[in-house]
Design a protein around this ligand. Sequence first.
Ligand SMILES: [Zn+2]
Length: 138
Amino acid sequence: MHSAEHILNQTMIRMFDCGRSFSNHIEKKKSKCDYHFERDLNQLEIAEIENQVNEVIHNNLEVLEEFYLREEAEEKFNLSKLPNDAGDKIRIIRIGDYDACPCSGLHVNHTIEIGDFKIISTSFDDGILRIRFKLLED
Ligand SMILES: [Zn+2]
């Protein structure tokens, strides 16, 4: 789930130039991510996001854990979501050449392990786009 969230975030950035989700709720069965946005998504966009995320998953990219010194990490990544007490060594999760971001969560080793990505629904309220999604196991 965590790995899927990273791929979804990078896909949203590439398609809409919005930031990563500023708030999310990741669970085993269903998850949701919130983005600062201007409107709801249409069916075509939802299908496009699903296709893109699933393509990345099926490319079976390697998920790597890298450690950077805080100074170095500040130059390369947005650390604003990290707690201040995260320490001097920052853990970066890199998904092939698709995405890299600081994270302390649990991840798969290869994207194929994620399963199929499916958007359940989206909604828009007061500048916030919410995407609810699930993963279908084989
Ligand atoms: Zn993560």
